[in-house]
Write a protein that binds this ligand. Structure first.
Ligand code: ADP
Length: 319
């Protein structure tokens, strides 16, 4: 059996263990949720959940070979979390070429790292049966998007999501990394808790746009990290200002400094502002992230500066 077949099998086993099943629909693999399974099986799921809860909190265990984990979170979807995670990973590597950086996409509902990092393909398995990350622009990447069809809807319930995340945390051969940037799913549910409680996180950065509706959820995200004792490195205000390319007039489409006000309330730092800019959107969508493709642009410089601020706030790396 070829290594890609091994990984497909791995994906299938992973999904079955997570409680999902794969069924060929119109020639492609589609995940079928427990919702569609029988009452007896959903009873089993309930019992399993109760069993897991009764075991208490999971023990934190470092990811083999990874020195520091930085999670990138947001209360809401669509605020630029994945774009920030990608460019932060590239900026960490660009600021210090001696550092090995990885990017783990645990946004299992909507993995965008394959597209943003222009990566496709099925991870090979190492001799010890761990998945090998795919590499582009010098960054080692792993994503659920490598294991399921791009168009397959992920219709999983909490327990399956947590199991899938656990596999992504534990069954990847990262080699040696100085920093692993983790692109979290949006929100503050089981998935976010699962990451925060399973691995030691050196620091979290929270991305928000400046308008109230996004900030409200960013605040929840900050409070969740505090509850589970994950140090928050600071907030990133994304899409803070739009400058008209013709007349250069600057407009604060989503408000001027909402994240700054929230940071004050929560006694957190603002790590930096990223403007709303067509180049950021276009380079993300075409898999040529701006820090890689236009490193001298003001937009890329904003990410490079944020990466410096992140490193400054991390605890000293373990020797
Ligand atoms: P999230 O991970 O929070 O769901 P994404 O990173 O996927 O958000 O971003 C959503 C969309 O917004 C993408 O099309 C992305 O290219 C775009 N985007 C993100 N940040 C910016 C920005 N600063 N300027 C312009 N477009 C942006």
């Amino acid at each position: 059996m070829g290594s890609w077949q091994h990984v497909l099998l791995f994906g299938e086993v992973l999904l079955r263990r997570c409680g999902g099943v794969t069924a060929p629909v119109g020639g492609s693999r589609t995940l079928v949720s427990r919702r569609q399974l029988s009452g007896g099986e959903s009873e089993t799921l309930k019992q399993r959940r109760a069993q897991m809860m009764s075991r208490g909190l999971p023990k934190q265990k470092p990811i083999e070979g990874v020195n520091q984990v930085i999670v990138v979170a947001s209360g809401k979807g669509g605020v630029g979390k994945s774009t920030t995670a990608v460019n932060l990973a590239l900026a960490l590597a660009a600021n210090d070429s001696s550092k090995a950086v990885g990017l783990l996409d645990v946004d299992v509902y909507g993995p965008s790292i394959p597209k943003m990092m222009n990566l496709k393909g099925i991870p090979e398995l190492s001799q010890s049966n761990l998945m090998k990350p795919l590499l582009n622009y010098g960054i080692a990447c792993m994503s659920m998007g490598f294991l399921v069809e791009e168009t397959a809807p992920v219709v999983w319930r909490g327990l399956m999501v947590m199991s899938a995340i656990e596999k992504l945390l534990r069954q990847v051969d990262w080699g040696q990394l100085d920093y692993l940037v983790v692109d979290m799913p949006p929100g503050t549910g089981d998935a976010q808790l699962s990451v925060s409680q399973n691995i030691p996180v050196s620091g979290a950065v929270i991305v928000s746009t400046p308008q109230d509706i996004a900030l409200m959820d960013a605040r929840k995200s900050a409070e969740m990290f505090r509850k589970v004792h994950v140090p928050i490195l600071g907030l990133i205000q994304n899409m803070s200002v739009f400058q008209c390319p013709q007349c250069k007039h600057r407009t604060h489409i989503f408000g001027a400094d909402g994240a700054r006000k929230l940071a004050q309330i929560l006694d957190l730092d603002v790590l930096g502002d990223i403007p709303l800019h067509l180049n950021i959107r276009e380079t993300s969508d075409t898999g040529q992230p701006i820090v890689f493709s236009q490193p001298d642009s003001d937009e890329a410089k904003a990410y490079l500066k944020i990466a410096e601020e992140v490193v400054r706030r991390l605890p000293p790396p373990a020797e």
